[in-house]
Design a protein around this ligand. Structure first.
Ligand code: ADP
Length: 246
């Protein structure tokens, strides 16, 4: 894969063909490298709860009569939960792009947002402003999941309020989720969408997420032909999803 076609000078067809071939090889090489990195990151993420689980089970088998046994079991269950959520998210991430049985249908984005917000009992103040008739084409389950992940994060990082808006802008459907938390520095706004990225803030460390939430969000946005960006906002974080209108 690291071999390249010798590049003849000039602009004739052969030279262009060689250039295209080499560019394709470059892209393939980068994709393989990303895939390798991902496998290594995923293994690393899985190792931590496995190590915890093993330590607890060893403890339990060596001191079966210990009074602390219930605490050991609780801790083992917590590690099992963590393993389960990482594996569930990894599977979801792997499946999004492959299509499979997921059905595309016309979806009223505003209605979907209002229903999803209503379905969740928020402790925080959440407001929805949705224009009706903003229709997109997509896989309902996936769009619900996308919004759900943004709301989970907003709920985690907001100080006191969250706002969800759906509207049309520049010929696209626009959905924004805005919170009033600490926000995300401009330099971190690309990498938070990468798999397993967790910013080193006090809340992220305590939050115990998988670091896959926003990677899933971006993947779903992309298979729907859309984009997801973090935009400037007076305070807190604002995520903006743009999708083609139906
Ligand atoms: P996690 O499972 O850690 O929530 P995500 O992929 O959903 O993983 O988010 C990646 C990181 O982006 C989080 O750990 C956090 O540091 C940051 N982040 C996400 N949403 C917000 C938000 N609304 N406000 C501030 N930081 C956020």
């Amino acid at each position: 894969l690291s071999r390249r076609v010798p590049q003849p000078a000039g602009q004739d067809e052969i030279a262009q063909l060689a250039r295209t071939a080499n560019e394709t090889l470059d892209r393939l090489e980068r994709a393989v490298a990303r895939q390798r990195q991902f496998a290594s990151d995923a293994s690393h993420e899985l190792r931590t709860p496995i190590a915890g689980l093993r330590a607890n089970l060893e403890d339990a088998s060596m001191h079966p009569d210990d009074n602390d046994l219930p605490a050991v079991v609780t801790s083992a269950l917590r590690d099992t939960d963590r393993l389960e959520s990482i594996v569930t998210d990894l599977l979801l991430l792997a499946r999004i792009g492959t299509g499979g049985t997921s059905v595309q249908e016309p979806i009223d984005l505003g209605a979907l947002a209002e229903a999803e917000v209503r379905r969740r009992a928020f402790a925080l103040k959440i407001t929805t402003e949705a224009v009706r008739g903003v229709r997109v084409r997509g896989v309902r389950m996936q769009l619900v999941r996308l919004l759900g992940n943004l709301l989970d994060n907003a709920e985690r990082y907001a100080d006191s309020s969250i706002k969800v808006e759906v509207t049309r802008a520049d010929g696209l459907a626009l959905l924004t989720v805005t919170d009033d938390g600490a926000g995300i520095a401009p330099g971190d706004r690309e990498r938070v969408f990468e798999r397993f990225t967790r910013l080193d803030t006090a809340r992220s460390r305590g939050a115990g997420g998988t670091g896959l939430g926003l990677a899933i969000v971006r993947e779903i946005a992309q298979v729907h032909g859309g984009t997801i960006r973090i935009e400037d906002h007076a305070a807190g974080a604002r995520f903006a999803l743009r999708l083609p209108l139906e």
